[in-house]
Design a binder for this molecule. Structure first.
Ligand SMILES: Nc1nc2c(ncn2[C@@H]2O[C@H](COP(=O)(O)OP(=O)(O)OP(=O)(O)O)[C@@H](O)[C@H]2O)c(=O)[nH]1
Ligand SMILES: [Mg+2]
Length: 339
């Protein structure tokens, strides 16, 4: 072998192209271990990369070509997981190696995962309901999703083949907010205290706060955990008539967000009236209660002292996903494939 041929990074292709699709199953960034999933003619891919196949059900230590050592889990005839060290560069090099050998490296793991049958993705699941529940759990946004999803196998088993009712369907839609976060918008006139309240709920300074009216120009969105329920929270610009073109566009966008929201919170404060939003809000909150009360408020809060914040979180959570839904013993239609 010539000197140049021996100094290689091993990414040159040889032999028949690999007939596998692969993707990174763990998030980008550093971690102790990364998981790269292979789907397709896995035996050929493992022989090419590691020099040896792994039997179905096996978990083996292998060398990944010139790149790294790690574990290989053979989950099914057509599915395996490579677990190298979690450095970003190691996964990039594996992706380069696999691509150079004809594998189809997929950058969007969610699209890829949707293609895989949940029963194959979660071979440890006892039945189809549990496999679907585990697949849903893997993408659920809220910590509060865990218990009800894990309870579904029992609930569906006890329910048997009996038909689902309209109430079951309505409850299922509400429970889906544990998986796909509801969109909650906070609406008020300029200076009502929207950004201060949003930051207090988020526990971080996502929006600029100032006594100047019209401080928030663009809707600021963030995921906020409301006592176990994660929502997509939008701090909107203050609604008012304005000749400022940019502010007007931002207010138009805010009105569209209000129209599409799952839950609208209107905010007023001492000296700042309720906004006109073209629909009845789901909740009226009086802000800056350390300065005084607001007529017509369902709840009062002060972002400065923290008064009422716990009640506000609990109230929105209960309205979006009531405790009674969580406690209900009837099945939750959390995946359309259950019918
Ligand atoms: N005393 C008191 N002042 C508050 C409270 N919340 C906000 N403020 C003050 O009210 C002013 C406006 O607050 P912002 O949060 O910027 O109000 P906003 O509704 O986001 O305003 P725009 O973005 O301009 O629409 C700031 O000076 C805040 O410090 C509160 O709970 N108590
Ligand atoms: Mg603001």
């Amino acid at each position: 072998m010539s000197a140049t041929a021996s100094i290689t990074d091993g990414t040159e292709a040889f032999g028949a192209p690999l007939d596998v699709a692969c993707y990174r199953a763990t998030p980008h960034g550093m971690g102790a271990v990364a998981v790269v999933e292979l789907v397709g003619d896995v035996s050929a891919a493992l022989e090419a990369l590691c020099g040896k196949d792994v039997e179905v059900g096996g978990l083996r230590m292998r060398r990944f070509g010139p790149i790294d050592d790690g574990l290989v889990a053979r989950l099914a005839p057509e599915r395996a997981q490579l677990m190298p060290h979690g450095g970003t560069r190691i996964v990039e090099r594996l992706a380069e190696w696999l691509s150079a050998h004809g594998a189809n490296w997929i950058d969007d793991p969610l699209a890829m995962r949707a293609e895989i049958d949940p029963a194959e993705m979660f071979p440890e699941a006892g039945d189809r309901v549990e496999a679907l529940a585990l697949a849903t759990l893997a993408r659920a946004a809220s910590p509060a999703a865990v218990r009800p999803l894990l309870a579904q196998t029992d609930r569906w088993r006890r329910h048997g083949d009996a038909p689902l009712t309209g109430d079951d369907a309505a409850r299922s839609v509400r429970l889906m907010r544990l998986v796909d976060p509801a969109r909650v918008v906070l609406v008020g006139r300029p200076n009502a205290g929207k950004s201060t309240l949003s930051n207090a709920l988020l526990g971080a300074e996502a929006s600029i706060v100032s006594p100047a009216e019209g401080t928030t120009r663009d809707a600021v969105g963030a995921r906020i955990d409301l006592a176990g329920l994660v929502v997509e929270w939008f701090d909107l610009p203050g609604l008012r008539d304005t000749s400022d073109l940019i502010e007007r566009e931002a207010i138009d966008l805010a009105r569209r967000l209000i129209r599409d929201a799952d839950f609208v919170v209107a905010l007023a404060a001492p000296g700042v009236a309720w906004p006109e939003i073209g629909r009845e809000p789901d909740l009226r909150v009086g802000a800056k209660c350390d300065l005084g009360s607001v007529e017509g408020a369902d709840l009062s809060v002060s972002a400065h002292t923290g008064a009422g914040l716990k009640e506000l979180r609990a109230h929105i959570r209960e309205r979006l996903v009531p405790q009674a839904d969580l406690a209900c013993e009837r099945p939750w239609l959390f995946d359309p494939r259950l019918t």
